[in-house]
Design a protein around this ligand. Structure first.
Ligand SMILES: Nc1ncnc2c1ncn2[C@@H]1O[C@H](COP(=O)(O)OP(=O)(O)OP(=O)(O)O)[C@@H](O)[C@H]1O
Ligand SMILES: [Mg+2]
Length: 264
């Protein structure tokens, strides 16, 4: 990696999110650089998924600001973006609980991730007017992504019935359809065995390099986080503890305290 400083692409500034009296996220500020692999860690209930839900505008009533600096140099206050349009701005995500359509094929599940790329309006699409060519291009891209992810051999099979590790890969494949600038993964290694976790690690590097995207991931598997992430942001009770290299985070007294008594 070159030594030129990388610009920030996502900035959270004093973000807070309350549920009734509970401060799930409490004045949190941190930023993600372009092509950076960042881990977000913290004990159960620390507020990690809530932060992802604020970034992706699933929750709108947070305090503070979440700003996206796009590749075209424009800056966007994500609050101005509807949850369904966040993907058009270059942010794609996977979920803590798998969200695939079980009765669609693997290929169709990946094609779902391309809905933002149909330039032809939906009516023309239904009439199948000039959409054929566009559809063929998008299909070709989906197949390339499935090849990239090592899923091509099962593209016509149903998503349901696929092993858990494969279904997780399908979800990641889907994020790649939207030309993301930032991919956010909620517990991508959860439920994977050791060899699947190793493979995921290699895939994440490959995605970063080939798709030029930053990746921010929530993960409880500390070995995985410390191996793969350039920087780790640690939180507890919704509050920022520290953001630093994996080594420094591991040695950080407050991080150790937050995890005291935990086996992982
Ligand atoms: N929709 C909601 N309504 C009310 N409380 C919520 C809601 N979502 C989360 N919380 C609460 O906010 C806090 C943070 O939850 P969150 O799911 O963000 O934690 P997390 O760090 O992702 O935890 P885990 O590691 O278990 O996935 C928890 O106390 C949780 O119970
Ligand atoms: Mg969570």
């Amino acid at each position: 990696m070159s030594n030129t400083p990388r610009r920030n692409i996502l900035e959270l500034n004093n973000v807070s999110m309350n549920f009734g009296g509970l401060k799930a996220v409490d004045s949190l500020s941190f930023s993600i650089k372009e092509k950076e692999i960042v881990g977000l860690i913290g004990p159960n209930g620390a507020g990690k998924t809530t932060i992802f839900n604020c970034i992706t505008q699933f929750y709108k009533n947070y305090d503070g600001d979440i700003t996206l600096h796009k590749n075209d140099d424009s800056t966007i206050d994500l609050r101005d973006i509807h949850v369904t349009q966040v993907i058009d701005q270059g942010i794609a995500r996977t979920f803590q609980n798998l969200e695939l359509v079980p009765d669609l094929s693997v290929l169709d599940n990946v094609l779902v991730g391309a809905h933002n790329q149909y330039k032809t309006g939906i009516i023309k699409h239904i009439l199948r007017f000039p959409a054929k060519k566009e559809e063929a291009q998008i299909r070709k891209k989906a197949i390339e992504i499935l090849e990239f992810m090592g899923l091509n051999a099962i593209k016509d099979l149903y998503a349901k019935g696929q092993p858990y590790g494969i279904r997780k890969k399908i979800e990641i494949a889907r994020t790649l359809m939207s030309n993301p600038q930032l991919i956010i993964l909620d517990e991508p290694a959860a439920g994977l065995n050791d060899s699947e976790t190793d493979e995921l690690e290699r895939l994440i590097y490959k995605i970063r390099d080939e798709f030029n995207t930053a990746i921010v991931l929530i993960e409880h598997d500390m070995g995985f986080v410390m191996n793969i992430c350039e920087r780790v942001c640690a939180i507890n009770f919704g509050k920022f503890i520290a953001m630093d290299t994996p080594k420094k985070i591991q040695a950080h007294p407050e991080v150790q305290e937050a995890y005291l008594g935990k086996d992982d």
